[in-house]
Design a protein around this ligand. Structure first.
Ligand code: GDP
Ligand code: MG
Length: 654
């Protein structure tokens, strides 16, 4: 039931904390052993940052009055023993609200962005960077009543002139022109966006709940549909049994939800709420159940889903059941099945995405540390064997070995020269990759599209501009990929040669690809097209929505390029690091070996001493390799189930 989801989330939070500990101690251990590289350190820091700030977002999307807010109250906040967020009959003009816990600030607050900021070209994401733009209300978390009272602020409205409402893109003449007199004053929400931070256990574990007003509503922000909702782990689309599937529900489903269905990182849950309106005490339970089943069936059909994808629930009775501790009512509300789904699918899904990221970013590095240690171990073993074979032999043999060691040093020097040359060639090639990712080029493309837009401020003109914009962006990304492939070929050739010269069969380079970014762009193209053709853009005042739409898309695409560039830069800096490390290691081994032989040559007593030293070193290395293996295992391990979250950590630091 409810516990299931919180347990899973806790286990996930626990896993993240453990991961951060492992990675930190690994980092310290690298430093202590002189095995760290500055570029890698930076990436490690990024992984830790990402784990610390990671959030699991569940977004609630529906027409107004389907019970989004009630469902949020019932699923997440019933332990306050009351209705925490304001939910009321009729159209509540609530602004999009994000509930989370601000771990960095460690504070409870409500932050509200004034509706007037809608005219700015700044995105909400950018506004979030600066608290100055927001009105902050301190939240007294000691009393649920005081909290619920404070939350009422997010639904506050005010009356403004028609002109002002138009200026804010919250009013358009068309829908009212049918015989009605134009109103004098328009009711608009006071706030554009709300951020609420308070230390609820689930929120402290990294849950973020996004409550949205109806997306079809006038004043809908493209940023919400194009950025925030697609970024959520789970999107709950809510329908109500008392209204059935209306045309407006279907529009929202088609334009704002279905574009994400193929996106494997977002789970879509369809909820048929208010099934209590079908309950009837004069009917047999079986008859009630069959009427719920048949509505579930018809809901599924109209959305083109199979029945089991639709969860029939009663948010209201579920909340009541939880508050009154009425398990029979809670059971009947169907809420538990929905929560189980969140626990069993959504949390593990999120975990595997985050784990993959850790594995991608850290795995290769840890592997490479392991290989270095194994290399040291093998070198120590070789020396040991050689020294053991020396006991009882005459000075001639030692001299022979000394010569051999000197030769090895000579050929090593040549290899270093080769390596430096390849590195030089590669850095030239990589430069062209980075140039094709230049943000300057991108900004030129934007200012051109922006100029075009002034001339065609209509939906059909918009379509063409968007097409050109995306075509150019995609073309540029493919250009980058073409350059990246050339770099990859070069890198592979360098590695190939290195493997042959240095006898390190396992050394493989990481390659750079823009595939991920091309995919993101293509996804955005689809979302943009769905949004462009949605009722919001066709019905509401063109200039306003179009402008917002464009700002949102441009900042998104720019961000994709920016990330690609950052990844490419990081890759360029670190792609040769494993080879450089090997060379450094090899040099150290050759020097040590030569030094040992010299000492033994001058004093035969040294032989036993050196053998002992090497044995000790081998034992130490074996221990270190075990530590690394445990760390690798920990990074790759699945999410512990809620029950054994106290399982002891396997990896320890040596
Ligand atoms: N009968 C019934 N009413 C509900 C249920 N969930 C919500 N409501 C009512 O529907 C209205 C709108 O709910 P609200 O949560 O504000 O909807 P939102 O606009 O989607 O956030 C309120 O009057 C709620 O009390 C439910 O499960 N059953
Ligand atoms: Mg609501």
């Amino acid at each position: 039931m409810h516990m299931q989801f919180s347990k899973q989330l806790q286990a996930y939070g626990h896993w993240k904390t453990k991961m951060v500990q492992y990675i930190k101690s690994y980092q310290e251990w690298l430093l202590a052993n002189g095995l760290n590289e500055p570029e890698d350190d930076l990436r490690t820091f990024e992984v830790i940052e990402a784990l610390n700030s990671d959030a699991l977002t569940v977004a609630f999307v529906a027409e107004f009055s389907r019970g989004k807010t009630e469902l949020i109250n019932a699923i997440f906040f019933a332990d306050y023993q009351r209705r925490l967020l304001p939910s009321a009959a009729g159209r509540t003009t609530m602004c999009p609200t994000e509930l989370y816990y601000d771990r960095a600030a460690d504070k409870s607050y409500i932050r509200l962005l004034p509706i007037e900021t809608r005219v700015e070209e700044t995105t909400i994401a950018q506004f979030k960077q600066n608290t100055m733009f927001w009105t902050t209300i301190d939240l007294d978390t000691s009393s649920p009543e005081a909290m619920a009272e404070a939350f009422k602020e997010i639904i506050r409205v005010k009356h403004v002139s028609v002109d002002e409402a138009k200026r804010l893109g919250l009013y358009t003449d068309e829908p009212h022109s049918a015989g009605q007199a134009a109103p004098q004053q328009i009711e608009i929400p006071v706030w554009r966006h709300a951020l609420i931070s308070f230390p609820h256990p689930l929120l402290k574990e990294g849950l973020c709940v996004l409550d949205t007003p109806g997306l079809n509503a006038l004043g809908n922000e493209p940023e919400l549909t194009m950025e925030m909702i697609p970024a959520a782990q789970a999107v709950m689309f809510i329908l109500a049994a008392d209204t059935g599937v209306t045309k407006s529900d279907l529009d929202m489903w088609r334009h704002h939800i279905t574009p994400h269905i193929k996106n494997e990182e977002t789970g879509i849950l369809v909820v048929l709420n208010k099934i209590d309106t079908l309950w009837d005490e004069l009917k047999e339970q079986a008859a009630v159940n069959s009427s719920i089943d048949s509505q579930r069936d018809s809901t599924a059909k109209s959305l083109g889903l199979s029945d089991e994808k639709v969860f029939p629930v009663s948010a209201q009775k579920g909340l009541l059941g939880k508050v009154k501790k009425d398990t029979a009512l809670l059971e009947k509300s169907g809420l538990a099945r929905l929560e189980d789904f969140l626990a069993e699918r959504v949390v593990p899904q999120k975990h595997s995405i985050v784990r993959d990221n850790v594995v991608t970013k850290m795995g290769a590095r840890i592997e490479s540390t392991k290989q270095v240690l194994e290399g040291r171990y093998a070198a120590a073993q070789n020396q040991l064997n050689e020294l053991r074979s020396l006991s009882g032999k005459n000075t001639d043999v030692i001299l022979q070995l000394l010569n051999k060691a000197r030769d090895a040093q000579e050929s090593y020097k040549k290899q270093v020269e080769n390596f430096q040359t390849s590195r030089h060639v590669l850095s030239g090639q990589v430069k062209t990759v980075l140039e094709s990712l230049s943000i300057d080029n991108f900004d030129k493309l934007i200012s051109k599209s922006r100029g075009d837009m002034v001339d065609s401020w209509t939906t059909s003109g918009m379509k063409n501009i968007m097409k050109t914009f995306f075509d150019t962006a995609l073309h540029q990304m493919e250009q980058v990929n073409w350059q990246a492939n050339k770099s990859n070929e070069l890198v592979q050739a360098v590695y190939q040669r290195f493997r042959e010269e240095h006898d390190v069969a396992e050394l493989k380079p990481t390659l750079f690809s823009t595939k991920k970014y091309v995919g993101q762009l293509q996804k955005l193209v689809k979302e943009a097209e769905a949004f462009r053709s949605s009722p919001v853009t066709t019905m509401t005042e063109q200039s306003f929505v179009v402008k917002k739409f464009f700002v949102s898309i441009v900042s998104h695409v720019r961000n994709i390029f920016f990330q690609a560039k950052q990844e490419a830069e990081g890759w360029a800096r670190s792609v040769m690091t494993p080879l450089a490390t090997r060379i450094k290691e090899r040099k150290q081994q050759l020097d040590e070996h030569l030094e040992n032989l010299k000492k033994i040559k001058s004093s035969r007593e040294k032989l036993e001493e050196k053998i002992e030293e090497l044995q000790k070193m081998s034992a130490g290395l074996e221990k270190q390799i075990n530590t690394i293996n445990a760390l690798l295992e920990a990074v790759n391990s699945p999410l512990p189930s809620g029950e054994d979250e106290s399982a002891p950590a396997k990896a320890a630091t040596a």
